[in-house]
Write a protein that binds this ligand. Structure first.
Ligand code: AMP
Length: 361
């Protein structure tokens, strides 16, 4: 079987690495011929909205999936007419627009911060008056890793927030004073079989994921999160991995966003779970039996952003597994990650502290 992946970033690369032992082969579509996927598969060079290149990809594989969300829905509908395209186009479409996404959360009774669309400065003033300040002004589309958002802390910030982002459709959200951020990764096969990983506890700085700890054991939150993902999966008749990021506030989950794909906060599953999110995504879109999502011990995942410390220093940390994506260093760019795996949570926390203390991350 051949799998086509739109996008050849690190997530696509890790999908291919998980798929080779299953006998799968991979072809990517990406603008950049030296994207991380190029190390493990053929790249068809092209933009994500290049109808001809997308058709070329669809014609040489059995199933098409993606590792990025900014693939135009209209371009993808052409592929979906030629070959199975999973997760469903509708889920991809909903995740591309924060307004559509939050409207869907509300419709499915999944708690989400109060929100309002903003297309003018007057809209922003009205939204801030109704929802309150502090709040966050975000671009509806193409925002990731903290890009395209402005934290409004006081009334006088509204003007500068509007000046900074105001040229595109926006959404204003209430600021959530959360105690922590968690994500749930679920997987549903084309046969309907569904499994969930344990929650990850995620720490962000400047909007970028720095590290995750998993399993984050909290039975009531796990149950709430699984209920929310089950609703989304049913709604889309979903197949593949689905991730939802939540804020935790007073024992309740508030959904921030969904990603209809494998997710950075699930990278720990490569060494930390019986079956990784990457392998389970492939099994799911091919209708194969899903693998166990049971954690093996206690894991922490640390992203390397902007620079990678020396391999020698990283590898001296007990229980560490290192992944370099083969990218050119650039500020705020995710270049690699490592996962620490330990038999106790105390051992995991010790190793994580060692990594963070040595400023390796
Ligand atoms: P996002 O791009 O929506 O994933 O936001 C990136 C990060 O900004 C999140 O992981 C939070 O740490 C923070 N953030 C986003 N939206 C809100 C909000 N409504 N309230 C508080 N913090 C937020």
């Amino acid at each position: 079987m051949r799998i086509g992946i739109v996008g050849a970033g690190q997530l696509g690369r890790m999908l291919a690495l998980a798929g080779y032992p299953l006998g799968l082969r991979f072809v990517f579509l990406d603008r950049s011929e030296d994207a991380p996927g190029a190390q493990v598969g053929r790249i068809i060079p092209g933009a994500f909205d290049d109808a001809e290149r997308l058709a070329e990809l669809a014609d040489c594989v059995d199933v098409v999936t993606f590792d990025v969300e900014n693939v135009p829905e209209t371009a993808v509908r052409n592929i979906a007419a030629r070959k199975p395209f999973l997760p469903p186009v509708e889920a991809l479409g909903a995740s591309q627009d924060r307004l559509t996404e939050k409207t869907l959360f509300s419709k499915l009774k999944i708690p989400t911060p109060p929100f309002a669309p903003v297309d003018s400065f007057e809209d922003l003033e009205r939204a801030a008056a109704k929802i309150d300040i502090p709040g966050v002004l975000k671009t509806r589309r193409l925002g990731y890793d903290g890009r395209g958002q402005y934290f409004v802390r006081k009334r006088s910030d509204l003007k500068i927030a509007w000046r900074t982002l105001g040229s595109v459709p926006l959404i204003y959200e209430g600021f959530v004073d959360f105690s922590r951020e968690v994500s749930l990764i679920g997987v549903r096969s084309t046969s309907g079989e569904t499994r969930f990983y344990p929650l990850s506890w995620n720490t962000h700085q400047a909007g970028i994921l720095r590290h995750s700890i998993a399993p984050y054991r909290n039975a009531p939150l796990q149950k709430q999160a699984e209920r929310h993902l089950t609703r989304l999966m049913k709604h889309f008749d979903y197949a593949g991995v689905l991730t939802v990021e939540f804020f935790v506030k007073r024992g309740r989950l508030i959904a921030n966003e969904m990603a209809p794909r494998v997710h950075n906060s699930g990278n720990w599953t490569i060494e930390g779970a019986e079956t990784s999110q990457f392998e389970n995504h492939l099994r799911a879109i091919l209708g194969l039996p899903l693998g166990s999502t049971r954690p093996i011990g206690h894991s922490a995942m640390v992203n390397f952003i902007g620079r990678i410390p020396s391999l020698r220093n990283i590898l001296q940390v007990p229980g560490v597994h290192f992944h370099s994506y083969g990218k050119e260093p650039r500020p705020n760019r995710k270049l690699g990650h490592c996962t620490i795996n330990a038999s106790s949570s105390a051992g995991r926390d010790r190793a994580l502290r060692q990594l963070l203390r040595q400023k390796l991350a």
